[in-house]
Design a protein around this ligand. Structure first.
Ligand code: ZN
Ligand code: ZN
Length: 858
């Protein structure tokens, strides 16, 4: 047997297994008869590096994947890459100091692909080092035609089913990115702006209106008051004039108008905010688009056209102040919608876009068929569904994304939607192989592309074999994801899976928290609390990082990265390694009869298996890890091994073989229970002991072994003997003079002999113990104050008296002490009696335990 190092060398062990593991054992078997367990793994945006937050999320997935494999499932742990979208485009623009329109479309796409492939390579490396059991035979890359062809198929099918349509409709628009974005991509931030009070001329007297966006005056289409507001009833149904731009708009009544804000009159513009969109639709108002796609004022703004929103705001305000139209200004705190990617304030523009219909009730109902872990996360999805104002805008005016497979006829302007069998395609590169209904073959390609969530929201379908496989494996079993993307990825996936295949996407959704820095804040390079997984790999290894993730708490909660948790994990690994190193030369897998102490340990092991199984089934990885640590450290190392050392070191015997086999079983079982969480050290131990990989083993099942009460009693007795020696200041291996154990159980003595280092006799029943007074201890603190200068003599006399006689007198309240021929009565507290326990005439120390009494010869 090769030398086992004293210190656990995580770096050597982990690097060895990273290089030698056969990853094909993690492949999903499409032909298998085992029950399937498909995980709809998140496809990350491969832009930056694999960070601690990713590590946390992927650890959870890997625990589940490894556990389910050991439980006999045919597991798929696929890995996708969500390549498309703004993050990559913005990064390419930054790195190359360009904007998307400054290079040819193809060149821009090529730059994005290059950046993405480089990032995927880095992710691959980190994921391998973390020991993830990813099924690389099910890898997908959304920017490749094999995948985006599926996205296009989903588009075509949903268009044909009437679930996708094209319409002119208000959308959220980022002027910097030059694209429409979805609600889920709008972030809100509070800012202080100015509320301007201005006069709108009207026949019945000027109306005073307060607004924070005077630059939207040319987009004003109506003025609204609350019908309950007595101040303004006379205006309803009449017209007012828009100042500065000099055109008339109607005054309408709407109960939503807040009478307490500003003057209680609002101007409705197309569009200042979502409320404007609601009023515009409900009251069938006209459209006046004053802001264009670049965020500049349009021709209807007259002299202000061409100015940016910021410039126009300044100039229009100034002009109105100069003309006395604005008569009051005050600061206003406001929530502003920003582009999630570039933080530019968004505008709401009415644009010809593609939309996916949202059926809120169906989405909420489907969400209820899914098991949410933790359950309260489902509320977030429901609230989000209820807050959606209009359908999902899926077209983007960008480049690096899945092309929309559509052309428009130049002759009759009808759209030509690609047929499924033509896909994948880019309409900018391919013409339709058919003529238009009108007979024309002259087409113009759709320039817009799809929202990247259109790619990732079919991830569950794609990994389950959609659209080609006849035996579509839906629903999948698990969706692991962060709580930050419930309203996007979870929401859209439920919507799309239900629309396309009328099925729920998963049985269970497991929500993980975010990884925070040691200071409790979100990790960021600027806060200087940013830890790269590679730092931990180098200092403590991947298993330690994985244990931190497991110990961090329940799913759904944010968890702080803490070096002290990493250190604790390393300390436990060292402890386990020491147990293993001690055991290795002594243990063996042999036929044997376990003794009482062995059966106690095997019973404890059984209960550990049950606890770990329950915890893993409930995704309570912290509970599983705590149970394993507690068992290894306290039950196995502190108690069992200390008990059976003598047997293990002794000559071959049935008792020795019992201990050898029990310790072997315990170590093999621990390595299996730890395999999902700490795959490296588990593999090292299991492989050395058995010659086989732990990662193709079955999860241990409880054998039903009960804890042997006799073994438990022996363990308690041994602990009492160790305490006894410690109290006496004796070394733990120093010999005792002989021990008799009384108990109702017939106890095996072999391990107690080892612990006591003396003869041990086991008897049933209760011992006869005689308590004999053997000495008198005078109490100076009682005698001194009362008898002053006679104290010395009294103490001397007391010490010389017969202890049995003094004990008798104490019971009566006073003690008669003969001093200088005279008898002095002292209180009974003046003396204590030292009593010795005797058993069968021999002096013994008595250790009383639950169910056992131990006599130690003195
Ligand atoms: Zn933007
Ligand atoms: Zn046509």
């Amino acid at each position: 047997m090769s030398e086992v190092s004293k210190e656990y060398n995580f770096s050597e062990v982990e690097n060895k297994w990273v290089q030698s593991w056969d990853s094909s054992v993690y492949h999903f078997d499409w032909e298998s008869k085992k029950p399937q367990y498909i995980i709809d793994t998140p496809p990350p945006y491969p832009t930056g590096d694999f960070h601690i937050g990713n590590a946390l999320n992927w650890c959870y997935i890997d625990y589940v994947a490894r556990y389910k494999r050991m439980k006999g499932y045919n597991v798929m742990f696929p890995q996708g890459w969500d390549c498309h979208g703004l993050p990559t485009e913005v990064k390419v623009e930054q790195l190359n100091h360009i904007t998307k329109n400054q290079v040819p479309r193809e060149e821009f796409r090529r730059l994005c692909e290059k950046l993405t492939f480089e990032a995927i390579e880095r992710f691959h490396k980190s994921m391998g080092r973390l020991g993830l059991s990813i099924d690389w035979s099910n890898e997908y890359v959304t920017m490749k035609p094999e995948y985006y062809g599926k996205t296009q198929t989903s588009f075509v099918r949903m268009f044909n089913n009437g679930q996708i349509y094209r319409a002119n409709h208000p959308v959220n628009w980022c002027p910097r990115c030059g694209t429409a974005i979805a609600f889920a991509e709008v972030e809100y931030d509070s800012r202080t702006t100015t509320l301007n009070y201005m006069r709108f001329p009207a026949k019945d007297g000027d109306m005073q209106i307060a607004t924070s966006r005077p630059e939207l005056l040319p987009a004003c289409v109506a003025v609204a008051v609350n019908p309950e507001d007595d101040r303004y009833g006379r205006y309803i149904g009449k017209n007012v004039s828009v100042p500065l731009f000099d055109y008339e708009v109607p005054v309408i009544a709407d109960p939503v108008v807040d009478t307490s804000f500003g003057t209680g009159i609002v101007m409705i513009c197309t569009f200042g905010d979502r409320q404007d969109v609601r009023w515009w639709m409900e009251h069938h108002l006209p459209l006046r688009q004053a802001i264009d796609r670049e965020g500049r004022l349009t021709d209807i703004a007259g002299p202000y056209s061409g100015l940016s929103v910021t410039e126009a705001k300044k100039k229009i305000t100034q002009d109105m102040v100069d003309r006395g139209i604005i008569f009051k200004q005050e600061p206003l705190d406001q929530n502003v919608g920003l582009c999630w990617r570039c933080k530019t304030p968004i505008e709401i523009l009415s644009e010809q876009q593609w939309f996916v219909k949202i059926n809120r009730e169906e989405i909420k109902k489907t969400a209820e068929e899914i098991d949410w872990v933790p359950p309260h996360m489902q509320v977030r999805l429901r609230n989000w569904a209820d807050s959606m104002e209009w359908d999902w805008c899926i077209s983007r005016q960008r480049i690096f994304a899945t092309p929309i497979p559509v052309w428009y006829c130049r002759h009759c302007h009808e759209p030509m939607i690609a047929r499924e069998e033509w896909l994948p395609l880019d309409p900018n590169q391919t013409s339709p192989p058919e003529k238009c209904k009108c007979g024309s073959s002259d087409f113009v390609a759709e320039q817009d592309v799809l929202d990247t969530w259109m790619d990732s929201s079919i991830s569950a379908l794609a990994v389950a074999g959609w659209p080609k496989r006849k035996d579509l494996r839906m629903p999948t079993q698990l969706r692991p994801q962060g709580h930050d993307i419930i309203r996007t990825w979870a929401f859209y996936t439920i919507l799309r899976t239900k629309s396309l295949e009328n099925v729920r996407p998963w049985d269970t959704i497991l929500i993980n928290g975010m990884a925070l820095g040691e200071d409790g804040h979100k990790m960021s390079k600027s806060l200087n609390n940013f830890i790269r997984p590679e730092e931990v790999f180098q200092s403590n290894g991947a298993d330690a990082l994985r244990q931190w993730a497991a110990m961090g708490g329940s799913p759904g909660n944010d968890i702080m990265f803490q070096w002290k948790e990493i250190t604790a994990a390393s300390r436990f690994q060292q402890k386990l390694w020491s147990i293993y190193r001690f055991s290795l030369p002594l243990i063996a897998k042999v036929d044997s009869q376990p003794g009482q102490v062995d059966r106690w340990l095997l019973g404890e092991l059984d209960s550990l298996i049950a606890k770990a199984t329950t915890a893993m089934d409930a995704f309570q990885f912290d509970e599983a890890m705590k149970a394993i640590r507690g068992f290894a450290w306290e039950v196995l190392a502190d108690n069992y091994i200390e008990l059976v050392k003598a047997r293990l070191y002794g000559p071959d015997s049935p008792e020795k073989r019992g201990a050898q086999n029990t310790l072997y079983t315990a170590l093999v079982t621990i390595s299996k229970l730890m395999a999902p969480i700490s795959p490296f050290i588990s593999e090292e131990i299991h492989h050395t002991l058995t010659g086989k990989s732990v990662h193709v083993q079955s999860w241990p099942e409880p054998s039903g072994a009960a804890i042997d009460p006799a073994g438990l009693a022996i363990k308690e007795i041994a602990a009492a003997l160790r305490r006894y020696k410690a109290e006496k200041g004796m070394a733990l291996n120093s010999p005792l003079q002989g021990i008799v154990v009384y108990s109702d159980l017939a106890l095996e003595t072999v391990d107690l002999v080892g612990v006591a280092n003396s003869q041990v006799e086991s008897r049933t029943g209760v011992p006869q113990i005689e308590r004999k007074p053997v000495a008198v201890k005078p109490q100076m603190k009682v005698i001194g104050p009362r008898f002053k200068d006679r104290s010395g003599k009294i103490i001397k006399a007391l010490s010389g008296m017969d202890p049995a006689l003094v004990a008798d007198q104490k019971a009566r309240g006073t003690i008669a002490v003969p001093v200088d021929g005279e008898t002095i009565e002292v209180p009974e507290l003046a003396a204590e009696i030292v009593v010795e326990s005797l058993s069968a005439g021999e002096a013994v120390d008595v250790l009383r335990l639950d169910g056992a009494t131990v006599l130690v010869r003195r």
